[in-house]
Ligand binder design. Structure first.
Ligand code: NDP
Ligand code: 2IT
Length: 448
């Protein structure tokens, strides 16, 4: 049987087992498409059914999260934790609080996390969790009561050696603080059970910056292979949250000009560039005022485009840093036609399969999320190490380690992704590079 029909057969069985889980099936399709030829060449993985096992979560926990809002009304949300794979370390991955959260989205994120965490070279398995809770428009007190209720169930399933959650969309420093406080109270122990903690209680310097900075370090490595850099480049960024903010900061530091940011309502276009002073305002607007990106356009008198994404603007480099499936085929074509030479994914699975095909067909530099945004979880891993040795490293030390990790991930992608004509298929490189360590560990540990 050739690998196309093997792939079809594999996807048929996965689809039958995971009915209606669109995003999970999309992620599995993308990974298995590049992995199957490699597995055919390495039959030990086939005989041990590694692909069949790696796509089946080790455990899924789903629970009720009741809480009382500021008007005294009872609210009910659903909580989840997907414990996907623990072959190379405790489950590790973020929590997402967003109204769109469902089983499919969290399973896709947990699946991607397994490969990403392996690529970091640190001992972390893969997991993801969250809730359909919407933090938008909620008071700090409501967010705290929700977090306390969420942790009142989750605490019995996690620990610093079992499963270590962190932030993702809708979960930042505030939420991690409330979650940590409730865990400590319930367990009566002070351990590194979460990462992304405040610096006063066990957090790591550079963790807030890590995903955005790491994405730019990875993009810079890709650019170097073409004798290019960020200097004087026009950069399109989507999102205006944690990842987007620090990607913008690092791009500006390296001499690039960031002209767009967005949120779920629309995007702003600032032809003069979002310099450090304007970025400070974005941080105030999004992290403290919790307002909309539209307000940036009003303050600085620039264009705001409602209901659209920034990919229709002209740019040399695109850094999608908002959410999954935020670049479709048409937008990918527009980017390439407008001269975009590099797409580096700060978000998880921001490009649709059709968009990825456009990037690969035109042989532009395309860094998939599991490689390009691994800096966040990498510094989470460094936070776990600092907690374990009861020491804190300086900004410079953590940043240097982050840079080394991103450079090493880039090397791994080249090792497994370089094709005969010299083109580097980073998607293939990241998928195979992330797979090998997990697969070998699974085989060493027997059928478990
Ligand atoms: P934040 O919550 O800080 O910011 C999310 C941003 O994306 C906001 O601007 C938000 O807009 C926008 N957004 C969210 N959902 C949608 C949507 N459905 N459509 C359009 N825009 C949307 O999250 P992060 O910055 O932490 O996460 C951004 C991406 O990066 C996610 O894909 C996440 O999985 C990924 N990531 C995050 C890491 C981390 O360390 N935080 C690590 C690796 C990857 P609005 O304000 O309107 O909701
Ligand atoms: O998608 C991701 O890698 C994250 N949200 C960060 C996970 C982590 O454990 O730091």
């Amino acid at each position: 049987m050739n690998s196309t029909s093997t792939h079809q057969e594999f996807m048929n069985s996965i689809t039958a087992k995971n009915i209606g889980e669109t995003e999970f099936l999309q992620a599995v399709h993308e990974v298995s498409d590049t992995l199957l030829p490699f597995i055919e060449e390495n039959p030990k993985y086939k005989h041990n059914k590694i692909l069949e096992r790696i796509t089946e979560p080790e455990r899924i926990i789903i629970f009720r999260v009741p809480w009382v809002d500021d008007s005294g009304i009872v609210q009910i949300n659903r909580g989840y934790r997907i414990e996907m794979n623990s072959a190379i370390g405790p489950y590790k991955g973020g929590l997402r609080f967003h109204p769109t959260v469902n089983l499919s989205i969290l399973k896709f994120l947990a699946f991607e996390q397994v490969f990403k965490n392996s690529l970091t070279t640190l001992p972390m398995g893969g997991g993801k969790g969250g809730s359909d809770f919407d933090p938008k428009g909620k008071s700090d007190q409501e967010v705290m009561r929700f977090c306390q209720s969420f942790m009142t169930e989750l605490f019995r399933h996690i620990s610093h050696v079992t499963d270590v959650p962190a932030g993702d969309i809708g979960v930042g420093g505030r939420e991690i603080g409330y979650l940590f406080g409730q865990y400590k109270r319930l367990k009566n122990e002070f351990t590194g059970v979460l990462t992304g903690k405040g610096i006063e209680y066990g957090g790591s310097l550079i963790r807030p910056e890590a995903t955005g900075y790491g994405n730019v370090y990875f993009a810079d490595e890709m650019l170097k292979t073409k004798n290019e850099s960020f200097k004087d480049k026009i950069v399109l960024i989507s999102g205006a949250g944690n990842v987007a903010q620090f990607a913008a900061e690092k791009v500006t530091e390296l001499g690039g000009k960031v002209v767009t940011l967005s949120d779920s309502s629309g995007y702003i276009y600032d032809p003069d560039g979002i310099d450090s002073e304007k970025l400070e305002y974005v941080m105030y607007l999004k992290n403290i005022k919790r307002g909309r990106i539209r307000e940036y356009a009003e303050k600085y008198d620039v264009k705001y485009v409602d209901g659209k994404r920034p990919w229709i603007e002209k740019g040399d480099i695109a850094l999608p840093c908002a959410t999954q499936n935020e670049i479709n085929e048409e937008e990918a074509k527009t980017l390439v036609e407008n001269g975009c030479i590099c797409i580096s994914e700060g978000a998880n699975m921001p490009s649709t399969p059709e968009a990825i095909n456009v990037f690969l067909k035109h042989k532009v530099l395309y860094g998939p999320g599991k490689a390009a945004n691994a800096g966040g979880v990498a510094v989470s891993g460094l936070e776990m190490t600092q907690n374990a040795i009861k020491m804190n490293w300086s900004r410079e030390e953590v940043d240097a380690k982050l840079k080394t990790i991103m450079t090493d991930i880039h090397k791994t992608c080249i090792k497994y992704g370089k094709e005969s004509d010299g083109f580097v298929n980073y998607l293939k490189g990241a998928n195979i590079g992330g797979f090998v360590k997990v697969a070998d560990a699974m085989m060493a540990q027997g059928v478990v």
